[in-house]
Design a protein around this ligand. Sequence first.
Ligand SMILES: Nc1ncnc2c1ncn2[C@@H]1O[C@H](COP(=O)(O)OP(=O)(O)OP(=O)(O)O)[C@@H](O)[C@H]1O
Length: 514
Amino acid sequence: MSLLHQSHLHGERLLIDPWAHGTGIMRAVLARFNWTASDLDITHVGSIIAIIGAAPAGWRLLRSAWHETYGWIRQFFLASVTVPGGDPVNKNCVKWLASNRPRHHRAFTGRTEIGRGDATDRAASLKKTRRAVQYAPHWDSRWFWFNGRLFVATRDNFSSSAMSDPAYDGVGGEELTISCFGWSIEPVQTFIEVAREWADRQTQYFVIIYGRDRYGMSWQPKTRKPIRLLDTVHFDDSVKQELLDDVRNYLDPRTQRRYQSRSMPYRRGYLFYGPPGTGKSSLSTALAGEFGLDLYEVKVPSIASDSDLEQMFQEIPPQCIVLLEDIDAVWIERTSRSHSPDRRSERSSGSDRDHSRSNCTLSGLLNVLDGVGSQEGRIVIMTTNKPELLDPALVRPGRVDMKVFLGNITPASAEQMFVRMFSPDELARSDNAKSGPQRGVVVDMDEVRSLARDFAKAIPDNSFTPSQLQGFFQLYLDSAHAAAEGIASWVEKEVARQVEGGFEFLENGIVKRL
Ligand SMILES: Nc1ncnc2c1ncn2[C@@H]1O[C@H](COP(=O)(O)OP(=O)(O)OP(=O)(O)O)[C@@H](O)[C@H]1O
């Protein structure tokens, strides 16, 4: 089709032209750069459009040329180490890279941070809709300098299924390859060591608790708890000291050499037993913090089968604490149980298995604890509220080397707990964390000690669990005097409640019992 042109008084102008609209826009754009309309003719427009049209093809060509070249560079000039996704080293390196990222990094993954809320509004943070969003840098390859060398880290970010995994946290979920120029992988190994040490320093004030993911397929870091000091778990001081000495001695490298030279399996097992709420889990976490170990938590009633248990243990690293909670739930196969008639009658009832009972068997458990395939070097802590149900084979020396009873609180422990709750340092620390004026009434240490002595006198020995007493303190956190005054009536009420027993509930403002 021929183009129609018409001359006007103001010179030659395009009137009816398929390009007219486009050129109008272009003219407007060019005018901003002080170009006149006469500078633009149809051949210029055509060239510009052709260039724009060819740009993506050119870009693709350049990219594939770069990939080809990069492949050659990797093959002939780079030394590399690949770390599988989910491995702790992978997380360490990715975290190091994230914290040393360029200031203007622009790609992030965002995910709802379950378990942590909006720090500025505590009440709102408990609502589902106000959960904070966590942003982690998103990248598939990063060039960086380390120790004067050029490194590149690549991960299979976008194609991997990691992103669709609900447990994906944006850190360490994908296979990671770290490379540097040269023939030796030594610089990469040095980088990995530095990243590991850096990550250890970041977590030295926390205990990392690992749990199975929701499909029971792999271990995932479940929570990161601030280290709980052993002083905050109250029980018999001499037993606590004995336990500490035993763990310290076991972890000493000389002990390991001694075990090995005498062909003894390098393993240590502990049983923490006692009523609910006496600190069995708290003590396990405190021990992990004290010795800088990660804690792998296994809830025995929820184990699906012996093979699942075996798989779990195979994936647990050597230096850590394995916490087997509610070990009495394990399925006993033995036909003769001298001191557990209840269990025998349950066993004879065949299919009606107790729901709190695990699907893993005693022999499955014994196998992972000290069978041929069991790893050495880890600490196993078992907890139970019902030690009388345990099979003697499970708790024999070699499997359980020390039994620690955690019982109801003694007046001496109650006194320690009071001092801890109201020490001036503790009050100042917790009030500083709050915004607004100081709420707690600070009394000096001598007064706290004297109030604690009076407080302890009101606590009958061996009557309340530490968690019950903790519940009492939660009512009086702001005043040591009020706590010391309120304890007598609280004890009276609690004792009456324990005598009456049953489940207490409120109906029309009246306390009733089931
Ligand atoms: N001995 C203790 N010293 C200090 N605090 C304790 C102690 N025992 C329990 N608590 C407090 O009570 C709560 C429950 O404790 P924990 O879960 O450790 O008890 P548990 O014995 O493991 O209970 P369960 O058998 O029901 O699992 C925690 O908040 C903990 O701080």
